[in-house]
Design a protein around this ligand. Structure first.
Ligand SMILES: [Zn+2]
Length: 122
């Protein structure tokens, strides 16, 4: 599998493949987090209650973060036009690769997104 893409060209398939790969990675991470949380809970030797609480809350935040990412990825994979993944919905140009790395659910290229953000400030 080719993880590193250089330049332009047709990149539709690799992108959704990359997303599936990312989803598998996140699933593993989530399982790992669950296990670690259980271990923290089962460990009764915490001297400092505050340290325990902050550890748990960190694990919870990470879990929520990854769950959110997985649901965004699933939204992309469930799109009827999944084969067009990686192409901007507005200008139909390929979305920047580094942008997709950061926002796998991105539907617009940088320019179009910026234009839209300016048009409808949130
Ligand atoms: Zn665009």
């Amino acid at each position: 599998m080719q993880l590193r893409q250089k330049g332009g060209g047709c990149m539709e398939a690799p992108y959704s493949e990359k997303l599936r790969h990312r989803r598998r990675e996140i699933e593993l991470t989530l399982r790992h987090l669950e296990r670690e949380r259980r271990e923290v809970e089962e460990n009764t030797e915490w001297i400092d209650q505050a340290a325990y609480a902050s550890r748990i809350s960190l694990l919870d935040r990470l879990t929520a973060w990854y769950r959110d990412e997985i649901s965004r990825i699933e939204k992309v994979l469930g799109r009827p036009n999944e084969s067009r993944y990686g192409l901007c919905l507005v200008c139909h140009e390929p979305i920047e690769a580094d942008r997709l790395d950061l926002y796998p659910e991105a539907e617009l290229c940088f320019d179009c997104q910026e234009f839209r953000d300016r048009a409808e400030p949130s």
